[in-house]
Design a protein around this ligand. Sequence first.
Ligand code: BGC
Length: 495
Amino acid sequence: MSMTASPAAGRSFPMCARSHKSSNVARRARMGVRSNLLSFAPILIDLQRDCATPLPLLRHVADSMTADMRAGLVVDGGSDLKMILTYVDNLPTGNEKGIFYALDLGGTNFRVLRVQLGGKEERVVATEFDQVSIPQEFMFGTSEALFDFIASGLAKFVQKEGGKFHLPNGRTREIGFTFSFPVKQTSIDSGILIKWTKGFAVSGTAGKDVVSCLNEAMQRQGTDMRVSALVNDTVGTLAGARYWDDDVMVAVILGTGTNACYIERVDSIPKLQGQKSTSGRTIVNTEWGAFSNGLPLSKFDRQMDADSINPGEQIFEKTISGMYLGEIVRRVLVNMAEAADLFGEHASTKLSMPFILGTPHISAMQQDSSKHLEAVGSILYDVVGVDSNVNARKIVWEVCDTIAKRGGRLAGAGIVGILQKMEEDSKGTIYGKRTVVAMDGGLYEHYPHYRKYLQDAVNELLGSEVSKNIVIEHSKDGSGIGAALLAATNSKYEH
Ligand code: BGC
């Protein structure tokens, strides 16, 4: 395990190594690569038409998001949005003190974190973390094997405790478990996995309490820890960001997967059926990745969905999140290569490999503003093994832009859907004052064009006056600290 400062598990996508073999690529491009702009034009035009996100469409998406949120709050299964009750009714106050742990499982890495909290004055005194990548075999293996792997990483990390971190004698270590998949929470420290997302296909976890799975694995490792809070990564992000800023009301993850949570008034949740919350508020995890109403989809999206391990599910996620944007672009390029020789007559076998082109690659290609798009050429050559001339690269750039623009703008519309629901119910307390949306995830962090499209859509939908009050803020890695803070808030000890 290594101590690295990389993005949190599940919300990250690795940035590609960029090599600039531009002279080679340019030479190959001059030699023999045929391309004819007109021949790809129909495919590009159709794609741009199918993926267009004009303002009326964005408005429809935002309104549908609001309507689906309401329906999901009435009854479980009332809409695509699960609107999961998180049992987080009280957010950290700043008074939390002591040593707490967090474990974060949500993607191709898992992270463990230890934090020493010093109360209002000292706040976060010290943090340490490890990140471990999860070998593919565990993502497709059994539940026991996955949780054993995680518990053993956690055990190794706990053994290194010392230095600034002091656990009082006789006290059990407490942990906030960030588990970034749809879970039906049954209490603050228990919840049943509904289904895996983001390419995980572990057998034997769905339908089980994930905290019990972790506890059993910890017992097998001989590690004595108590999970005092089970949280989604959006919830951890909200708690972490709110620790520093009282105006945070919504948290959104845009990484490998996507999701959003927000602070809801208890009296706006009919399915709570009279259950009380001391604060009158609670965090709701929307699981918006499952949203599907009115989305502009192309034949490439439909094919990708049909070929996925969860066809018909997570359609919003498949349209806007980091796991899928590169793959959609790849599918378009395959079509252009086959139907119109985009990269000359020689087919590339690499281009036909699903998921070989990642979202980091398309972000890097879009950031190429050179005249001959040399970085685009290098990435195409290095990653998918094709030669390209300038015209072909321009087309590729346009395809990347079309998919990123749609994703960013739809994510923006989703955020407005949540804000307008909160505004309608609270009459003026959201749009009329500073309201912060905490964002985390590698897609948001590393894709500037996407980020700009998202912000543009929010501004267009809300208008210039209201959007001045809505602050979309990157809260890097708040979710780990947030989970530890929620472990502290729900500690069995007084602090
Ligand atoms: C999961 C969510 C999670 C999101 C971001 C989605 O696939 O269903 O629970 O919050 O990814 O990690």
